[in-house]
Ligand binder design. Structure first.
Ligand SMILES: Cc1cc2nc3c(=O)[nH]c(=O)nc-3n(C[C@H](O)[C@H](O)[C@H](O)COP(=O)(O)OP(=O)(O)OC[C@H]3O[C@@H](n4cnc5c(N)ncnc54)[C@H](O)[C@@H]3O)c2cc1C
Length: 398
């Protein structure tokens, strides 16, 4: 569908935000033959495996990869440096606790995949183009008119952009659409930042994701296809994260080596660093009229278990599945959006509470707690059925 056609007729679905979640929803809807548009304020995402540096990285679980396979983009993603990992090791710096997961022991080919968001977004965008979706890069909407049968979207000076029977807000944690339509959210700041970088280590990463809890900090090393690791180092905003960002490369590598207890030997090189504020937010409802929220626009969680994007892709899958059958006639119908909210909100709330529980459990150093924690982790590590259930849930294998 050309933009001109989209301009003259009402789309079935207009997605605001071409991040991974918005891209997946748009492609899923287009694959069902619905008339779809995507509005993105940035330029079309680009990725070249030869030249694009590693920047934003996320770990995807099996459920997310299965969904991407259904959308027909998994193979292309794997060709863009997605990397399967087979082990995960989590340990506590302040106690004897540790737990190890192995793909072999669970009878699965991989525990997860490290993927670069730029790779995923560009693969989805390419498929959207090929599927004839009306794409609006570098376009920012200014006002919305919410009517009983559609939502009209306007740019500067009330220039009409598009109309759709369902408007999907996949515009990230600071969703302007969510605020515009007045959906309230609850939540809190962690007063912490996630410092991210790409590092080179002395020893191979062994296709394992490493995570160490150190008082109120958490360091995760995620294995990349080129042998390096992407790190997420959560630490209190002030002074720790600020100080960490200000270190020169040598001092940063030395601090990181200490924080990881040298699990992969010396840290020999690092990319430039960036940091992201860590917040927990949850929209009180996921829909208002014909507007629905998905991904970070609906919920954000602590990145300690690498679940944010997995939850967003689960939203995408549920929403897209809900548009089949009779819902095709009106994708923005109240019944469709209520069913989606009912399916996704409790699950996302559960994960948010679980992340906060983990964070509290590992961040508390009261007398005896590290030992108790260690005992608990060791028991789970040895109790094969419990560990298996935990792993199946965490890695999206159930
Ligand atoms: C430090 C850190 C580490 C993380 N690690 C992991 C991990 O290992 N695994 C995992 O699953 N998750 C992880 N996450 C979470 C994950 O990155 C996010 O949940 C996910 O990227 C959200 O995707 P999204 O598509 O919902 O939003 P976004 O990726 O934020 O995309 C939103 C899109 O909307 C566009 N947009 C915004 N406003 C407008 C507008 N007004 N008009 C048009 N377009 C607009 C933006 O340009 C963007 O393209 C991590 C998060 C952090 C902070």
């Amino acid at each position: 569908m050309t933009k001109k056609d989209a301009h003259n007729e009402t789309l079935d679905v207009l997605v605001v935000g071409a991040g991974a979640v918005g891209g997946a929803i748009a492609l899923g809807a287009a694959r069902q033959g619905l008339r779809v548009g995507v509005l993105e304020r940035n330029a079309a995402p680009q990725f070249d495996p030869e030249t694009t540096p590693v920047t934003r990285v996320a770990t995807l679980n099996s459920a997310s990869m299965a969904f991407l396979a259904e959308l027909g983009v998994r193979e292309a993603l794997e060709q863009r440096r997605a990397h399967a990992f087979s082990g995960m090791y989590v340990w506590d710096a302040n106690g004897p606790g540790h737990i190890r997961f192995e793909a072999d022991a669970l009878g699965v080919p991989a525990l997860g995949w490290t993927v670069e968001l730029a790779a995923l977004e560009s693969v989805l965008w390419g498929e959207l183009e090929a599927a004839g979706v009306a794409l609006y890069p570098q376009t920012e909407w200014k006002t919305l008119d919410r009517r009983p049968d559609r939502v009209d979207v306007y740019g500067d000076h009330r220039q009409p952009i598009a109309s759709a029977r369902l408007l999907v807000a996949a515009d990230g944690a600071r969703s302007h659409v969510r605020d515009y339509v007045g959906i309230p959210f609850t939540g809190h700041d962690y007063d912490a930042s996630g410092v991210v970088a790409t590092i080179t280590t002395e020893h191979p990463h062994q296709d394992t994701a490493w995570q160490r809890f150190v008082e109120d900090r958490i360091i995760a090393l995620l294995p990349l296809a080129d042998g390096r690791c992407s790190i997420v180092w959560s630490q209190p905003e002030w002074p720790a994260a600020e100080d960490t960002l200000a270190l020169d490369d040598a001092a940063f590598c030395a601090a990181l080596e200490q924080e990881t207890d040298g699990c992969l030997g010396a840290i020999t090189a690092t990319s430039p660093r960036a940091s992201f504020p860590l917040t927990a937010r949850h929209a009180k409802t996921y829909h208002a009229g014909r507007v629905v929220l998905a991904g970070d626009a609906a919920h954000t969680i602590h990145p300690l278990a690498g679940q944010g994007l997995n939850l967003g892709l689960a939203d995408a899958r549920t929403l897209v599945d809900g548009l089949r059958g009779p819902a095709r006639h009106d994708p923005g119908a109240e019944t469709v959006l209520r069913a989606y909210t009912r399916a996704r909100r409790p699950e996302n709330a559960f994960m948010q509470r679980a992340m906060d529980g983990f964070k509290l459990l590992f961040g508390t150093q009261a007398a005896g707690l590290p030992e108790l924690r260690g005992l608990g982790l060791r028991l789970v590590d040895q109790a094969t059925p419990i560990k298996r259930r935990l792993a199946l849930r965490a890695f999206g294998l159930d």
